[in-house]
Ligand binder design. Structure first.
Ligand SMILES: Cc1cc2nc3c(=O)[nH]c(=O)nc-3n(C[C@H](O)[C@H](O)[C@H](O)COP(=O)(O)OP(=O)(O)OC[C@H]3O[C@@H](n4cnc5c(N)ncnc54)[C@H](O)[C@@H]3O)c2cc1C
Length: 482
């Protein structure tokens, strides 16, 4: 039997980073990945068509972080195939396009004077009310309305958030508001609009992107670690996580070559927490099983359209908060890197938010395309005859749902799982934390460092900054231009 220093469940950014960090210190790992390729939600698909090669992430993945270590980590893997992209994002609200980050002239002309005055009055009223009659902030809605006033909150925060989560904003925990829009205020937005160069440096306007898609980071890791003697088992999944006392002792795995048992001194787990608990053998205490049963994930369905056109729009992303448009976001991969489509052609990635088993999840490719193209045509993006081919795929466990009860539930579960001395639970589905790629990478690296020196790092601290999340580290050479 091969001797491994660690067994890693899940080959997404968190698991792969862990393996890379361990491999750098000469440790051998076995990665167990259910999908046929590594990269998790940050993987990149490649489609060979008669017009050439098209690539897409599962929704384009820009990279930004506060942590310089991560930039060096990725640069070491990708070398010069790591480019800087200027960001263009727009929101389509009530029939009009708005830029993000917000531009004063654009907002005033598009919003119209009546709505702008209403927004200002609502905002001042919300501030006054907060001073004289402070209300307990429990939900996303409480936070958004108290901070921005009802008109601005409804403008592009509440609708879009409900589209993502599939539950009313009054049932979404305020934690999500603190993570997503905490530190953002009307005043800071106005300051940024008026004095463009003022305020702390931010990565909102530009970001880094791997030239051939975000998945190349994880494919590069797989190649490097294999060269150093580690194994990456794809299309494989654990069937049992065996434990005794406060140690995990073995993992049984279903692989394309049959059942195998893996034993190692340490285990890193980044698969969905709901599955981890089910796989534990013997079964965990009843209250834990009960706590995990109330945790839910939101899923997504995607259409990736290859297009017989030079460019659809200059946007990286366009968001659609209004409910009368069924999809939530579109993106053109070519605007991230020219390598994502062949010359003279482009593509469009369309994201739907849904629950596993609902109407959108079950819709056939043809019906979903008809629904999508009708809206894209009306919006002026794309005509049916310009579409070369349609790719349709689905993804489970995309967004951990932060409802009003999730925190108590997750605390119960994590307390038990973090109690194992050789079991490191990390990542977005793993810890039920809405992390970006950088936070998952960081958790993976911390788990590896914990294994290497035997001192357990607190991965809960990752991404816990009380600042607006889009502020980040800027590599030195970019500081003059940002
Ligand atoms: C549409 C979209 C856009 C995004 N955009 C950005 C962006 O612009 N920038 C950014 O930084 N982040 C972005 N993200 C977030 C980013 O993708 C995630 O933060 C990151 O992928 C999380 O990594 P992870 O390893 O924690 O989890 P995952 O990526 O979910 O990886 C978990 C892995 O475990 C595997 N797995 C699941 N169950 C099992 C099992 N039973 N056995 C074995 N393996 C299993 C999965 O197949 C997967 O490979 C985006 C996400 C989405 C969905």
């Amino acid at each position: 039997m091969t001797q491994y220093d660690a067994v890693i469940l899940g080959g997404g950014p968190a698991g792969m980073a862990s393996a890379m960090e361990l491999s750098r210190k000469g440790k051998r790992t076995a990665i167990i990945e259910k999908a046929s390729m590594v990269g998790g939600l940050a993987k990149t698909f490649e489609f060979q068509e008669t017009s050439g090669t098209y690539r897409t992430d599962i929704g384009p993945h820009r990279f930004f972080s506060k942590n310089k270590y991560l930039y060096d980590f990725i640069e070491d893997l990708l070398k010069e195939k790591w480019i800087k992209v200027n960001r263009l994002t727009r929101f389509y609200v009530d029939g009009k396009f708005y830029f993000y980050p917000v531009r004063l002239g654009n907002v005033l002309t598009q919003m119209g004077p009546i709505r702008a005055v209403r927004a200002l009055i609502d905002y001042l009223f919300a501030r006054l009310r907060r001073r004289i009659w402070p209300k307990e902030i429990r939900s996303f809605e409480d936070y958004a309305v108290t901070t921005f006033g009802r008109t601005l909150a409804e403008f592009n925060m509440l609708n879009y958030t409900e589209k993502i989560w599939g539950i009313p904003c009054s049932e979404i925990s305020r934690d999500w508001a603190l993570q997503r829009i905490g530190g953002l205020s009307v005043w800071s937005t106005l300051k940024k609009m008026i004095f463009k160069k003022s305020g702390p440096k931010s990565l909102v306007d530009s970001f880094y992107y791997p030239e051939f898609g975000s998945g190349t980071i994880y494919e590069a890791i797989a190649e490097r670690i294999r060269q150093k003697g580690s194994d990456v088992l794809v299309s494989s999944e654990p069937t049992r996580i065996r434990w005794q006392g406060n140690r995990v002792t073995a993992v049984d795995v279903k692989t394309p070559d049959g059942e195998k048992t893996f034993e190692a001194p340490a285990y890193v787990c980044s698969i969905p927490i709901t599955q981890t608990v089910k796989l534990m053998d013997p079964a965990p205490p009843k209250e834990l099983v009960e706590a995990v049963s109330g945790l839910r994930f939101r899923a997504q369905v995607y259409l990736f359209l290859t297009v017989n056109k030079e460019q659809i729009s200059p946007d990286n992303w366009v968001y659609f908060p209004n409910k009368n448009i069924p999809f939530g976001r579109i993106s053109e991969m070519k605007n991230f890197s020219k390598q994502m489509s062949p010359p003279g052609k482009t593509s469009l990635f369309v994201e739907y938010f849904c629950f596993e088993g609902d109407k959108i999840w079950n819709m056939s490719k043809g019906d979903l395309f008809d629904l999508t193209i009708t809206h894209l045509d009306q919006l002026g993006f794309l005509k049916k005859e310009e579409v070369l081919s349609i790719h349709h795929f689905k993804q489970q466990h995309v967004y951990p749902i932060y409802d009003l009860e999730y925190k108590n539930r997750i605390e119960t579960v994590m307390k038990w799982l973090d109690g194992f001395e050789n079991f490191y639970v990390i990542g977005r589905p793993g810890r039920f934390r809405y992390t970006n790629q950088d936070h998952s990478l960081e958790m993976g690296i911390l788990a590896a460092q914990s294994i290497l020196d035997g001192k357990r790092r607190d991965v809960e601290e990752v991404g816990n900054e009380k600042e607006y999340f889009e502020r980040g580290y800027i590599p030195e050479e970019d500081q003059a231009t940002s």
